[in-house]
Design a protein around this ligand. Sequence first.
Ligand code: BV8
Ligand code: ZN
Length: 247
Amino acid sequence: MDQTNPIKAAADWLAQAESIAVLTGAGISQESGVPTFRGTDGLWKGLSFSDLASPEGFAEKPRRVWEWYNWRREVLRGVEPNPGHEALAKLERSKGFCGIITQNVDRLHQTAGSQNVIELHGSIWETLCTGCERRFDKTGEALPEEPTCEVCGERLRPAVVWFGETLPTGAMETALAWTQQCDLFIVAGTSNVVYPAGSLAFAAKQAGKTVIEINWDETPATDSVDISLRGKTGEILPQLLGTSALS
Ligand code: BV8
Ligand code: ZN
């Protein structure tokens, strides 16, 4: 591997790979204008995750949790995928296989054209009834401050995975299968602190895969990956695909 030019080395790995698995986090949507969770543009009104992304927080103050999710939905109504999302969608069309394992709930990968997408933490556009457990697609809709179910009248919640809640059935199993079957594992725009998603880069390494990290910061995975590229996913991913001049 060309130590002197990690971008070129990563591009060479990517060119050779036929099957790719990609774990993404909030960082890949940051250049679309979507705030991340733990960065400088961090959380909302300084409230912590346990207040906002947990069943306890919702049970205690559902209106406050909906205020946060409605604010995020409002932000998302006005954003588009960025060149990072588009590069990954292009990769799916040019390789034998490219699977996106995302922690994001914004569906920007799908909007960019990616089809093999696992949403480990659900989608902000769907709601779930706390009474009859029906799911409702509310993509793009402005919701009331405390939405209720049109069938049973009970309170609706965002259909996302909160802390202490299990991931969608089969999501991690499929993610682990993609991690085992790929030649190359890319981990892009995630702080790698939330589990079980945060275990995937290590699982790929243990399975003998080449692992490339793209992040403008170091993460707990940085020391374990083969190449860690410092920079913006929206700039580096297009570079790796050769859709912009390699430095
Ligand atoms: C569970 C809701 C089973 C959706 C979120 C070990 C095993 C199992 C569980 C645990 C475990 N250890 C701890 C736990 C508990 C917990 C956990 O992981 N806690 C952590 C905080 C220690 N995990 C759980 O509870 C999970 N459930 O395991 O169930 C179970 C059940 C019962 C009892 C036991 C076990 C559920 C986890 C899901 C939680 N829900 N959100 C939503 O509202 O969005 S998590 C939240 O963090 C988001 O979903 C987000 O996706 C996720 C991860 O954050 P990131 O995406 O990485 O974003 P972040 O801002 O942190 O980082 C952005 C990164 O990008 C940074 O590194 C930054 O430098 C970089 N960046 C920014 N801009 C750019 C960039 N890089 C490049 N370019 C840029 N432009
Ligand atoms: Zn209902």
